[in-house]
Design a protein around this ligand. Structure first.
Ligand code: GCO
Ligand code: CA
Length: 263
């Protein structure tokens, strides 16, 4: 039985980009605590339908909505529609994002701006119509998906790091402005997880694979389900006086400078 502080029955949770990967794991965590899932994707209706099917097969309540989080008109219309169909959005997880791995000197302005637009500006556009309603109702939980790159640099991910560093500060500012309205805004900062996003750098024999295992005190890639505990906490009553924090779920990466490969 769920502890009442963590009980999400009767709650409606909107998770952007939840058709795969970490978004899917976080959404499943919320649903397992009782929340009704509203799944957003933008690439294809088929992908959304497949994800909804996947959630329903686990016995979860799930509904899909296709819209682009960077398009203010689309987002506003979608939020209206979702609340009409399902009632108040209690929980928003801003998970949709992209990465481009290109060294800064070689990156086009267009690519740089695309990453910022989806990973940072998209959280601004997605959140406002939801937050306006939360503020009015004096209740809401917002979780922004940050990154190790909210704190650390790495060769080739400069645009992503700029966006995720900015997202950390956007999280603190949202928290600052909405705390008095009983809306809590926190971040989750995943470490290195085994997902399709990290697939290209995780393959056996890729030097990055060994590097991450050595760099992570827990000595492994994270399993997406490792995010569920922090997600449920930040979405539930258990965190009602917690706001503006970034909870890093990273197997200890940010706790340490790392170690030589022979240790
Ligand atoms: C990379 C990775 C990271 C992770 C994650 C780390 O290329 O370094 O893809 O950016 O995806 O965000 O927290
Ligand atoms: Ca409700």
């Amino acid at each position: 039985m769920t502890h009442p502080l963590f009980d999400l029955r009767g709650k409606v949770a909107l998770i952007t980009g939840a058709t795969h990967g970490l978004g899917m794991a976080m959404a499943s965590g919320l649903a397992s605590a009782g929340a009704k899932l509203i799944i957003n994707g933008n690439s294809s209706q088929e992908k959304i339908d497949k994800a909804v099917e996947y959630y329903r097969a686990q016995g979860f309540q799930a509904f899909g909505y296709r819209f682009n989080v960077t398009d203010e008109d689309q987002v506003t219309a979608a939020v209206e529609q979702i609340e009409k169909d399902h009632g108040a959005i209690d929980i928003l997880i801003n998970n949709a994002g992209i990465i481009k791995r290109t060294p800064l000197l070689e990156m086009s302005l267009e690519d740089f701006e695309e990453v910022i637009k989806i990973d940072l500006t998209g959280v601004f556009t997605m959140t406002r119509p939801v937050a306006r309603k939360m503020v009015e109702r004096r209740q809401g939980k917002i979780i922004n998906v940050c990154s190790m790159m909210s704190e650390l640099g790495r060769n080739s991910v400069g645009a992503y790091a700029a966006a995720k560093g900015g997202l950390k500060m956007l999280t603190k500012n949202m928290a600052t402005e909405w705390a008095k309205h009983n809306v809590q805004v926190n971040g989750i900062g995943p470490g290195y997880f085994a997902t399709s996003q990290t697939e290209p750098i995780r393959v056996d024999g890729h030097p990055f694979n060994e590097f991450i295992i050595n760099r992570t005190p827990a000595a492994k890639w994270g399993d997406p389900d490792d995010l569920q505990g922090a997600t449920i906490f930040l979405a539930s009553k258990a965190s009602d006086f917690v706001t503006g924090q970034i909870v890093y779920v990273d197997g200890g990466i940010l706790a340490t400078i790392g170690k030589p490969s022979n240790e």
